[in-house]
Design a protein around this ligand. Structure first.
Ligand code: NAP
Length: 299
């Protein structure tokens, strides 16, 4: 099966490329694709524009991973519009393009996020739990609705509700490691919020399964089966680095430093990967200590 990865130049896409046989990479700039993934076939698409003809030629399955980063930059009105449009509107144009195309992919694996559940304390959350109603939850819900429209064109759609991805060379860990290495890390707020996380290798294996397993469709929680509180995560990371974590960041201070993004860091989602459990998926990194020791010892 030949795959096309939209947003393949990003943190997850760059890992996923290594799990696929001769994928095609799509993004806004051919130059960026050539720099990040030399030797791969590249296709250009600016998600603010309609898709041109021939975009799906030779493509069996599409991974849609593009989206404005939620981690970098302050969440002002313009940033929030980019976060939303680069997911919801881009997915609408992608699915419209599938509808118009004579050659259609068989499957669309679209990224989503555990943010869809909002802030839910210690309530166990499965794929059938109701969505939340904050900004990110609404973005995720609308993003998923747009992706699901591809079913009208006979395309199988899998929605990967991704937890915080732990991997090398980017993502959340790259932001956390510098202060923790200096012994300046600490819990966020009271640290009681659950933080669903996943090792990048397990996430790529879930994405491959989503592409290949014809029985899988709809939402899939991509989060390790043992979610931890932020306090437990802080402790595990400090231990893996052999450093203390003595500097908790109170919620009010976090809000001053990062603005509205603090709500994401303080939200609690105790997510369970029920669909994967039922489909006999085996996590290589089911607990936080094994994931961190793999990522930190091999750096
Ligand atoms: N990393 C995580 O922990 C995590 C957790 C949950 C969900 N997710 C979701 O998984 C997807 C991939 O995550 P990632 O960490 O790989 O993302 P990333 O590295 O921040 O970005 C992925 C790609 O999106 C494209 N992009 C960036 N800004 C854009 C914009 N304004 N409009 C259109 N395209 C834009 C870029 O590709 P080009 O420049 O080549 O176009 C970029 O390489 C995202 O949708 C993210 O929300 C990630």
């Amino acid at each position: 099966m030949r795959a096309l990865i939209i947003g393949g130049t990003g943190f997850i896409g760059q890992h996923l490329v290594n799990h696929l046989n001769n994928p095609i990479i799509a993004g806004r700039s051919l130059k960026k694709i050539k720099n990040r993934s030399p030797g791969y076939e590249a296709r250009q698409w600016d998600p603010t524009q309609s898709l041109g003809p021939g975009f799906f030629d030779g493509v069996d399955g599409v991974f849609h991973l593009a989206g404005e980063s939620i981690f970098h930059g302050r969440w002002n009105v313009a940033k929030k519009e980019r976060i939303r449009n680069s997911r919801v509107e881009s997915t609408r144009r992608l699915v419209d393009g599938i509808g118009r195309s004579a050659v259609k992919p068989r499957v669309l694996v679209c990224s989503s996020a555990v943010g869809i559940y909002g802030d839910r304390g210690d309530e166990p959350l499965t794929e059938s739990s109701r969505p939340g109603d904050d900004f990110l939850a609404k973005v995720c819900r609308d993003w998923e609705q747009e992706a699901l429209r591809a079913q009208e064109f006979g395309v199988r759609v899998v929605l990967i509700r991704t937890g915080v991805v732990l991997g090398r060379n980017g993502g959340a860990l790259a932001q956390m490691l510098p202060p923790f290495r200096l012994g300046l890390g600490g819990r966020l707020g009271n640290g009681r919020q659950y933080m669903p996380w996943i090792h990048i290798e397990d996430l790529c294996r879930i994405m491959l399964k989503a592409m290949e397993d014809g029985h899988l469709s709809g939402p899939v929680n991509a989060a390790a089966p043992n979610p931890v509180t932020n306090r437990a995560f802080t402790h595990a990371l400090a231990q893996a680095l052999h450093r203390p974590a003595l500097f908790p960041m109170p919620a009010f201070f976090l809000k001053i430093v990062v603005g509205e993004f603090a709500d994401v860091l303080l939200a609690s989602q105790r997510v369970q990967p029920e669909v994967l459990d039922k489909s006999d998926f085996t996590f290589h990194y089911p607990d936080i200590n094994s994931a961190l020791s793999n990522l930190i010892s091999n750096r």
